[in-house]
Design a protein around this ligand. Structure first.
Ligand SMILES: Cc1ncc(COP(=O)(O)O)c(C=O)c1O
Length: 362
């Protein structure tokens, strides 16, 4: 527990508790990381991670094209250039380390890996590559708050990890995020930048640790608020069982879908055990039929989405950075369907999805 001043002290204002500090302590312990800095979104965490890596104008950061736009947008916030790399293929939607290696230039400052849908990307190989070239490895762990490689949690392999607690995520509070790091300087910088560049926050003034502050650089309002922190703290306790349930549902989906012709399943069956199973991606092998299949599922009351349109193909990115050829990402952008998956999904709902997909493809 974080201590608070004695009851006889009359405070200038009275934060009722410090759930954010409690949540940070609990999440750092859960990850096995030295520091967890709670922020207002994963996008904010990525921005702070890039700044901590020294990313600035003239620098390049290699990012996967197959991700949410935020991974690349936060590079642009720093005045740097996102360089898009391809994924391994339809069997594994992770960043391809060999394609990353081909895109390293003297301007490269960092590489960002996304653990797509919560499945671990080849972090050891990427870490080796980054170490060999003196680059920072940043993990966009938005999908993977409880997955590991060889017993080590995702989000702890690079200079910093960035997590999302947005409403649809595995651990959710509405809008929220977190930066993890083992580096004391990165943590100190992230704490300062999340709160206007101030050298101390309201809580340390409330507890009497400090009684004034300086502003030592430009900062942001990237704080995570108390109600959301309290919600995350209470939900963290059931994260393990919810992820286990997602894995069961994913295994059941994979068994049922193995009989449906024309549907490809990324990742091997045994990868499920080390994923958070954030979403259930499937690949429609005859890609031109994808949108029609989605429409038919919608008619049956089954909502789907696409993870993801490729970022390098978005208007804003093409206009600024051209359009590299990234065949695997482009194929997935045109053929992928994300099926419904949530921890309290029941078997009947899952059967409706599978039957709907089989009928749409028949
Ligand atoms: C891979 C990835 N990175 C970053 C983000 C951004 O997260 P947030 O909405 O918390 O900023 C998301 C959100 O969906 C995501 O999927």
């Amino acid at each position: 527990m974080v201590s608070s001043p004695s009851a006889s002290v009359i405070c200038a204002f009275h934060p009722s508790a410090c759930a954010a500090a409690e949540f940070e302590r609990a999440f750092a312990e859960h990850l096995g990381a030295r520091h967890a800095v709670a922020v207002s979104s994963c996008t904010a965490a990525l921005h702070l991670a890039y700044l901590a890596a020294g990313v600035g104008p003239g620098d390049e950061v290699i990012v996967p094209a197959m991700t949410f736009a935020a991974t690349a947008a936060a590079v642009v916030y720093c005045g740097a250039t996102p360089v898009f790399a391809d994924i391994l293929g339809p069997h594994d939607l992770s960043l391809d380390p060999e394609d990353v290696a081909r895109r390293i230039t003297p301007a490269t400052k960092a590489v960002t890996v996304v653990h797509f849908a919560g499945y671990p990307a080849p972090v050891h190989r990427l870490r080796e590559l980054c170490d060999a070239h003196g680059l920072a490895l940043i993990e966009d762990a938005a999908h993977s708050p409880a997955a590991d490689v060889d017993g080590r949690k995702l989000g702890t392999f690079g200079l910093a990890g960035a997590f999302s607690f947005f409403s649809n995520k595995v651990l959710a509070c509405g809008e929220g995020g977190l930066l993890s790091t083992d580096d004391d300087d990165v943590a100190a910088l992230a704490r300062r930048l999340r709160s206007q560049g101030m050298t101390s926050g309201s809580w340390s003034r409330f507890t009497g640790e400090t009684d004034s502050y300086d502003v030592v650089g430009l900062g942001y309002n990237y704080r995570l608020d108390e109600p959301r922190s309290a919600l995350l703290l209470s939900r963290l306790g059931r994260l393990g069982s919810e992820v286990e349930r997602r894995r069961e549902l994913t295994r059941a989906y994979r068994a049922k879908l193995s009989d449906v012709a024309g549907v490809g399943l990324p990742y091997a069956d045994d990868a499920v055990a080390s994923s958070t199973c954030y979403v259930m991606p499937v690949v429609i092998e005859d890609a031109p039929r994808r949108d029609d299949v989605r429409r038919r599922l919608k008619e049956r009351g089954v909502q789907t989405s696409v993870f993801y349109p490729a970022v390098h193909e978005f208007t804003a990115y093409q206009a600024r950075y051209g359009r590299p050829s990234l065949p695997h990402s482009e194929f997935i952008a045109r053929s992928e369907i994300t099926l419904p998956l949530y921890a309290d999904m029941d078997e009947r709902a899952q059967d409706r999805v599978v039957d709907g997909l089989a009928e749409a493809l028949a």
